[in-house]
Design a protein around this ligand. Structure first.
Ligand SMILES: Nc1nc2c(ncn2[C@@H]2O[C@H](COP(=O)(O)OP(=O)(O)OP(=O)(O)O)[C@@H](O)[C@H]2O)c(=O)[nH]1
Ligand SMILES: [Mg+2]
Length: 304
């Protein structure tokens, strides 16, 4: 270990769908957080660890997108994101490469103006705009807030991501290794499995259905002496009509979700998987404190 080993916490915040989870996955080189083209994909604080034995260790915190909450789950998610800005060494604020700053980003800028932690602005998705536009976006945001750095990149393509890591090490203090070299995330395997099933549901379903979905793992057992898991999971939705859509004609939709999820879970666990999926309706669960907590979205998780 070198003398100037650095370490610290870096939170990733921004509006929904700007690419926070995609960026974190790319930086650590592994898919831990689920992603989708639907806003409000991430619901919890997800911590991952990047270790460079020469330079240091970065603990990334992926957070739910900050939005105007319409139900209790949304309020919980926004609270998780806002709380994550406390007690960190660097804040990464991700935005779209857009010169018109919406009210959501204006609001985030206001919040950030009060913190004395270095804020790095990440202009993501630069692969979607011409080069000239990037400069304009930089200038637009410069007028909004003072940033420690501004880094344009593409999380999806991995463009300029190494530069971001270099930048981060500039702002991290000297410090110890918080986690051993092999630690990648604080997420239990069971939780990642549930999230993979939710991701495949998000990918397969349209309109309002995916937002009202939660996944619970009812059983996850490894067969003795074998690389084989039996997993029972339930997809919870908010209405009978949604249940019908999730199951699909002769079970086709549920089968598709199950097949896609199983494929990825097998890779994660490095084992064969027998996945059984069920669908249950819990009316308006996103507005029930009891059910929200029951599905693993707990206040105490937003406080640490
Ligand atoms: N073209 C392009 N698309 C990207 C890039 N980064 C992310 N995306 C896409 O943007 C969508 C949202 O990505 P996520 O990583 O789920 O976004 P998020 O900010 O975590 O979203 P929430 O969890 O809902 O707050 C996905 O379809 C990604 O593939 C990028 O650099 N370029
Ligand atoms: Mg996300």
């Amino acid at each position: 270990m070198s003398e100037e080993f650095k370490s610290g916490f870096v939170t990733i915040i921004g509006r929904p769908n700007v690419g926070k989870s995609t960026l974190m996955n790319h930086l650590i080189g592994q898919k831990i957080a689920i992603t989708s083209n639907k806003p409000q994909t991430t619901r919890n604080r997800i911590q991952t660890v990047y270790t460079d034995m020469e330079r240091g260790q970065i603990v990334f915190v992926d957070t739910p997108g900050i939005h105007h909450a319409k139900n209790k789950l949304g309020e919980y998610m926004v609270k998780v994101a806002k709380t994550s800005m406390k007690d960190v060494d660097v804040i990464l604020w991700l935005v779209e490469p857009d010169t018109s700053v919406g009210s959501g980003d204006q609001e985030i800028a206001k919040q950030l103006s009060g913190v004395d932690i270095p804020v790095i602005l990440v202009i993501n998705k630069v692969d979607t705009v011409p080069r000239e536009k990037i400069l304009e976006v930089i200038n637009t945001y410069k007028e909004l807030l003072e940033f420690a750095e501004i880094v344009p990149l593409s999380a999806l393509r991995g463009q300029n991501c190494d530069e971001l890591v270099d930048c981060l090490f500039k702002y991290l203090p000297e410090g110890p290794m918080f986690y051993d070299e092999d630690t990648v995330t604080d997420q239990p395997e069971r939780q990642i499995v549930a999230e993979i099933i939710r991701e495949k549901s998000l990918h397969a379903l349209n309109e309002e259905v995916p937002h009202g979905i939660a996944v619970s793992i009812d059983q996850m057992k490894k067969r003795k002496g074998k690389k084989f898991y039996d997993i029972d999971a339930t997809i919870i939705c908010e209405r009978d009509s949604h249940k019908g859509i999730i199951i699909g004609k002769q079970g086709a939709m549920l089968k598709k979700i199950g097949t896609n999820a199983r494929f990825e879970i097998e890779r994660l666990l490095d084992a064969k998987v027998n996945l059984k999926l069920w669908v249950k309706v819990k009316k308006d669960w996103r507005d029930s404190d009891f059910l929200i907590q029951n599905f693993g979205y707990r206040e105490d998780e937003s406080d640490n």
